[in-house]
Design a binder for this molecule. Structure first.
Ligand SMILES: C[S@@+](CC[C@H](N)C(=O)[O-])C[C@H]1O[C@@H](n2cnc3c(N)ncnc32)[C@H](O)[C@@H]1O
Length: 274
């Protein structure tokens, strides 16, 4: 039936109205927990509080923003290649800081392989972002660049995922309050170790944001990452394994572990001391 000319225009779908960076942070990023881990671990290892921090692959720089909230002497740098996501971070994350806090965050549009910035106490490369480096030579180049960018007693923090389901082509669906988050392991190539993943979002009105984010990565293993970090000059590399909540899920507590466990899926932190 033709619509009358006075009928109101159709409301855009939830997918059309959504902000994919906002959804990403709700679904997969917890900058508070990340910064808690970095600050606590740094203090335990070095016996002092870290003050300067660099967030590599910063995206919206949420972790850098969280860092400067932790005290008036805390300074942070966020590095990302993409001007659009840095601008989103300026408009939506730095804008939430108090002026004094904001003045202690610096965003750099640049490549983590070549960026020039003051040396810092701690550098983080989280959410597996460094897996864009698919060969050992480039991974080693990045780790050497991070090593050079740290102060004498600096520490480099990374994360990794794995487990016997990590190389399975499959989708994992997580229902959240306002939308459903889908982690899609679309392709795994055993010969090269490459993995192609997407994030999709689905909404209660039936609309979808397919391939809101795509990751073309190498699925690195912990021993490979440890070896390349040691070759890059880090003195000690420790894997922090997540504890169990008793119901088969992680409990958010990470402790040093020399072995780990053969779980279906795990996420761990890697702590590399200069
Ligand atoms: C998965 S997002 C990470 C966002 C956020 N920091 C987090 O932990 O969830 C990866 C980001 O890395 C950036 N990126 C990719 N290669 C890079 C490089 N060589 N140097 C700097 N940034 C890079 C992309 O532009 C993208 O914003």
């Amino acid at each position: 039936m033709p619509k009358s000319r006075t009928s109101s225009p159709r409301k855009p779908s939830m997918a059309a109205r959504a902000d994919r960076y906002e959804l990403y942070e709700i679904a997969v990023h917890d900058p508070e927990a990340e910064i808690d881990f970095i600050r606590t671990t740094y203090r335990k290892i070095r016996g002092r509080q870290a003050q300067t921090f660099r967030e590599d692959f910063a995206g919206s720089a949420s972790a850098a923003c969280e860092w400067v909230r932790r005290g008036p002497r805390c300074r942070a740098i966020g590095v990302d290649l993409e001007p659009a996501v840095l601008e989103w971070g300026r408009q939506n994350r730095l804008s939430r800081l108090k002026p004094g806090q904001r003045s202690r965050v610096r965003l750099i549009e640049g490549n983590v392989l070549t960026v020039k910035a003051p040396t810092v106490d701690a550098i983080a490369a989280m959410n597996f972002s460094y897996w864009v480096f698919k060969d050992r030579a480039t991974l080693g180049r990045y780790f050497r660049a991070a090593h050079r960018s740290l102060r004498r007693d600096g520490i480099f923090f990374l994360d990794a995922f794995g487990g016997y389901e990590a190389s399975r082509e499959m989708e994992e669906t997580t229902k959240l309050r306002r939308f459903t988050y889908v982690w899609d392991q679309a392709e795994y190539r055993p010969v090269t170790g490459e993995i192609l993943c997407h994030i999709h979002f689905r909404f209660p009105d039936g609309s979808r944001l397919r391939k809101a984010f795509t990751y073309d990565w190498r699925l690195w293993t912990l021993p490979e990452i440890r070896e390349v970090l040691l070759e890059a000059g880090f003195r000690r590399v420790t894997v922090y394994w997540e504890g169990d909540d008793g119901k088969g899920e992680g409990n958010g507590e990470f402790t040093p572990d020399a072995k780990g466990e053969s779980d279906a899926g795990w996420v761990s932190y890697i702590v590399a001391e200069k």
